[in-house]
Structures are given as structure tokens and as C-alpha cells.
Write a protein that binds this ligand. Structure first.
Ligand SMILES: [Zn+2]
Length: 96
């Protein structure tokens, strides 16, 4: 099996119980600059909701995690990264 290599793919070999195992590691890459290093940024907020037939507001405290490319500073949400990794998985599994 020939595996195409690019910056976003890494093949690592290790020995397990005397057998050489090989695995492929696919990385989420920034779609703007192909960098694969990100740092974590937190947003803290309070979201208010009106309640029907009442002047009261109810609220939720929210902590959002945003991932920022260390090179071009583009930001990604966790769900955007998860979706991309799911796509990588589909591509990898259908290719082999
Ligand atoms: Zn980037």
C-alpha cells in the first residue's frame, strides 16, 4: 500500500510485541495557511433569555473555546475542527 505524504500526514512506526506496527496520523490543518498548530482561546459570556408573561430574565453562563492558528491567527470553533476530522476519517477509510 502506498500512502501519499504531505505536511498534514505523518507516518509513525513503533514496535509492539515484536511486530512493527505502522499508523497514519492525519492532522487538522488551517484552511488558510495549512499550519497545524493552534492555541486555545476562551470566551466568557452570560446569555439572557426573556421569559413569557414575565419581566424576569433567566440566564446561562457560557464558556466558549476557540482555537486560533498560530501562524495566520484565523480562528476555528471546536465543532468546525470536529467536522473536519470526521471528513478526514471518511476520506482515509474510503481510500484504503
Ligand atoms: Zn492559518
Amino acid at each position: 500500500m502506498t500512502i501519499p505524504l504531505s505536511d498534514s500526514h505523518l507516518i509513525v512506526c513503533f514496535v509492539k510485541e515484536g511486530r512493527t506496527m505502522e499508523y497514519i496520523q492525519d492532522y487538522f490543518c488551517c484552511d488558510n495557511c495549512s499550519n497545524r498548530d493552534f492555541k486555545l482561546i476562551y470566551n466568557f459570556s452570560i446569555r439572557f433569555y426573556g421569559v413569557n408573561f414575565s419581566d424576569d430574565l433567566i440566564y446561562d453562563r457560557l464558556t466558549d473555546e476557540i482555537f486560533q492558528c498560530t501562524k495566520c491567527l484565523k480562528t476555528f470553533t471546536k465543532s468546525a475542527i470536529d467536522e473536519n476530522l470526521t471528513e478526514l476519517k471518511k476520506t482515509r477509510i474510503s481510500r484504503s
